[in-house]
Each structure stands twice: as C-alpha cells, then as structure tokens.
Ligand binder design. Structure first.
Ligand SMILES: Cc1cc2nc3c(=O)[nH]c(=O)nc-3n(C[C@H](O)[C@H](O)[C@H](O)COP(=O)(O)OP(=O)(O)OC[C@H]3O[C@@H](n4cnc5c(N)ncnc54)[C@H](O)[C@@H]3O)c2cc1C
Length: 452
C-alpha cells in the first residue's frame, strides 16, 4: 500500500522533518498509533530488538504536543508515582544524542521552582522528603544561591527548590531525531496515515485499519496523545481523558539570560538552544466543554475542584468539533483523524502578553525583547494527572501509553521504553501498576498527582 504525502501547515513551531516511509506493509508484528515522543521512542525500542514495527502518524512526527511543549525534562515536583520513570528517562536523555546520532538539544540546565512564602517552602520540603530516597540532588535554595540561579532578576524571593540534575531538550528536534533512529533500525514510520481503528479476532488485536488500508498485526500501541480516548472508544475501552489548552510563545535571544528552567507563580520560562526563551503563563488555561467533559465528569470532579482557578471552560472550535465527531469513529469512511491532521488550536495573545509583561517585570533584560512566535497545544489530561501505560486486560495485544497530563515530554523516553516492554511481554523497567488503566474503576482511592 503506497502512501502519498500531503502537506499540513500549522501556526505551530517548525518541526525537524523526517523522510517518512512511502509504503505501508500489509502485516507487521507491532503497530504504533501516534508519532509523538512516546510513540517514536517505543518504535525505536522495538526496532532495536529486530522486531517488525510500523508507526502510523496522521499528520507529521511531533506535529502535536511533542513539538509544542516547553521542553522541560524535570524530576522537580514530580508525583512520586512517576519518579522511577522520570529517573529512567533522564538516564536515557543523557545519552540521547549518542543514541540517535543527532542533536536533540538535551542539556542539564537545572530546574528551579521559586517560592514566595514560607508555605511554599513547606510544600517544597515535603516534596523533598517524599523523594529523598531517589538521591537526585534536590535542595532548597535561599539568598545569593537563589539569586545566582535567576541571573538578572530584579526581585529577591524567599526560597526556591532546585534540582541541578534536571534538564531540557528541544521539542522540535527530539522526537524527529528518535524517529529517524527508529527508521535506521528498520522501523517503518508513515506520516499522513490516519488510523481509524483497531480490529479484533477472537477478542484480541488482529489488525489496524488506516486510511490507506489494514495492517495485520498481533499487537498495537495507542500513543495518540489527545486522541487516545476516541481511539479506544472503538474497542469499548473506557479511557478517561480531557484536553486542556495551553498557549505559549518564544522570544528573540536574550544575551546572558538565566540558565535553569524556572517556574514562578505567574509564568514558566526556559532558555532555548537558539538563545531565545520559551515562556508560558502558569494559569488561565481553558478546557473545551465536550461530550467527554460530561462522560467523564465524575472522574474529573476532584481535579476540577482543586484546579478551578487554573482551568476555565471553553466553547471554542474544538468544542464544536467534538460535539459533531462520531464516537466510535467509523472504520469504512474518512473521519476526524483525517480531517484534523494536526491539532493546531488558536493561541491566546492576551495571556501570552501578560506572561511577557511579568517576565519583563521580573527581569529587565526582557523589557524590549520581541516575541517571535506564539502558538498553543492541547495537553491530554487524566483524572489524577498521571499517565496510562498499560497492557489492556480486556483486549489482549493492546497497549496504551497516553494521558501524560502536561509533562510527557520529559518522561517520554521512559514511557516509550515501558510501553514497548509491555507490548513485547518483557520484564518492565519500572513497576507499571501505578499507570494502570483500571485505577479509576477498581475501587482504588483517587490520589491527585502533583499540580501541572
Ligand atoms: C504548551 C505545552 C507545554 C508543555 N510543556 C511540557 C514540558 O515542559 N515538559 C514536559 O515534559 N511536557 C510538556 N508538555 C506535555 C508534553 O508535550 C506531552 O505530554 C507529550 O509530548 C506527549 O507525547 P505523546 O507522544 O503522548 O503525544 P503527542 O505528542 O500529542 O503525539 C500523539 C500523536 O498521535 C497522533 N495521532 C493521534 N491519533 C491518531 C490516529 N488516529 N492515527 C494516527 N496518528 C494519530 C497525533 O497526530 C500526534 O502526533 C507540554 C505540552 C504543551 C501543549
């Protein structure tokens, strides 16, 4: 089955291209749905074992969240359930350029959370205590040590939480580099190839139906980011997930600007490899009011109660689209996966301008620095802000790796490896139970993850 490349233009950042496969195999061992950082890392892990794998991406590799994010790779503030996986991910990130023989932009720049009160310091200390056994070098900083981490800041803050072994990478480079490495190991990576659904035979995965034909396979990994719940609907698998809209922008270079990725009450910023900064507001995000908002209302109520100041409901283009979307998607006709090659939501210039003003107030070196580009992305959120990485019991042969709740770029390499191990029935690198799909249905208490 040959695939004709289409062109998808977006307002999002320019993503490093790959040379996609032009022919879709009729059969393979594993099909991965979604070419974000999780899908491409799973493809690399599987191909490196000499196992046949095809990755189908409806748009372009890293066209959605994996190129639109801020680029932080952080242990700082992580939910304790994700700690083993982020430690594994950082181990991978340190060798990522060598593994991919490409520049992914990873460097250990450190991550700093700035505290404005003794209450913040108490929260920081509680987190430090909870992860002390991971020995990641996390610490509380004050005074000159804190000021040195915030080069040029005009305000002095009471405290910070700092992890020097944290880092960042370049989102427009990393996933494409991993995809190319997967191809070098024999993975077939096909772009502009929307998956409509998964076929079963005798209750287990037997094929993946794409717009270009069906690929026979015994195993499928859904790594579809914000689309995963819809993909699962065709299998009667209940995957509680909602979308949250996050506007973001990048600036022109700022010579001698601050080095660590830094989070404050009003904004977060990261120095890019090109010397500019990727900045986003720390609150004011919206979530489209869609059928899933009501379908999964009970699951999400505790989170909405906690985050009511951060999220506000939206009746926007995405909301209208989802009210018109067929659920489950049809296998025999083009649908939303083909109509929306790249989810490219409108940004929020007012929110971005507010964050830029806050940045310039914090650090006068940013005062006349122009914003070069603004965009937005939908993050895929679960009720406890932890991902689903699981071999689905009800559907043998199906693995899900999704719902990274705004922090999946950093943890993507570990998540990709873990989902590959689950797909191949190997011993997993970390305990996957905290990420099981059934955790909101098996009577376990819902424990909200760390704030986004
Ligand atoms: C503004 C913003 C800032 C963020 N900042 C950070 C950060 O600093 N650090 C961090 O760790 N995380 C951050 N995140 C979150 C992070 O980007 C995501 O958690 C991560 O990229 C998720 O990767 P993924 O592979 O699961 O999904 P995605 O990158 O969304 O990839 C999923 C892919 O699946 C494809 N797909 C879906 N359905 C189909 C189908 N039916 N057929 C074929 N293909 C399909 C999509 O087109 C998409 O390319 C941020 C996100 C945003 C939006």
């Amino acid at each position: 089955m040959s695939v004709t490349a289409l062109h998808a233009s977006t307002a999002g950042p320019a993503v490093d291209p790959i040379v996609p496969g032009a022919v879709l195999p009729e059969a393979t061992d594993v099909v991965i749905i979604g070419g974000g950082i999780v899908g491409v890392r799973a493809a690399l892990a599987i191909a490196a074992r000499g196992i046949a794998v095809t990755l189908c991406e409806k748009g372009i590799v890293a066209g959605e969240q994996s190129s639109r994010n801020s680029g932080w790779v952080r242990q700082t503030g992580r939910d304790h359930r994700e700690m083993p996986l982020i430690v594994e991910s950082l181990r991978q990130w340190r060798g990522m350029n060598a593994l991919t023989e490409a520049e992914t932009g990873f460097r250990e720049c450190g991550v700093l959370y700035v505290g404005e009160s003794s209450e913040d310091e108490g929260r920081f200390q509680a987190w430090l205590d909870s992860v002390a056994h991971f020995d990641i070098g996390a610490k509380i900083v004050h005074g000159n040590e804190l000021s040195a981490l915030m080069a040029g800041a005009s305000t002095r803050f009471p405290c910070g939480m700092y992890v020097a072994s944290d880092g960042c990478a370049e989102p427009q480079k990393a996933a494409p580099a991993i995809a190319r490495a997967a191809q070098a190991h024999g993975a077939v990576v096909v772009e502009h190839c929307a998956v409509r659904g998964i076929e079963l035979a005798a209750g287990r995965v037997s094929g993946v139906v794409t717009e270009h034909g069906t690929i026979r396979c015994g195993t499928a990994i859904i790594a579809g980011g914000a689309w995963s719940s819809l993909l699962c609907a065709g299998l009667d698998v209940d995957l509680a997930q909602l979308k949250v809209l996050v506007p973001i922008f990048r600036t022109a270079p700022v010579p001698n600007g601050p080095g660590p990725c830094t989070w404050l009450k009003e904004l977060g910023y990261r120095r890019r490899l090109d010397g500019g900064y990727t900045i986003n507001a720390a609150s004011g995000f919206g979530f489209p009011l869609v059928p899933d908002s009501f379908r999964f209302m009970a699951d999400f109520l505790p989170l909405l109660r906690r985050e009511w100041k951060t999220f506000r409901p939206l009746l926007n283009e995405q909301a209208w689209r989802e009210w018109r979307t067929a659920r489950p998607p049809r296998l025999d006709a083009p649908g939303v996966f083909e109509h929306v090659r790249i989810l490219d939501p409108a940004t929020n210039p007012a929110l971005n301008a507010r964050a830029m003003r806050a940045m310039a107030t914090l650090n006068p070196a940013f005062k006349d620095v122009p914003i070069l580009q603004e965009w937005a992305g939908y993050i895929d959120v679960t009720p406890d802000l932890n991902p689903y990485i699981d071999a689905v019991e009800a559907v043998p042969g199906l693995v899900v790796a999704t719902g990274f709740s705004g922090h999946g770029f950093g943890i993507g390499p570990g998540a990709g490896r873990l989902s590959a191990e689950l797909a191949l029935d190997e011993t997993p690198c970390v305990d996957p139970r905290p990420f099981r799909l059934s955790r909101f249905r098996d009577g376990s208490p819902l424990v909200l993850g760390a704030e986004i």
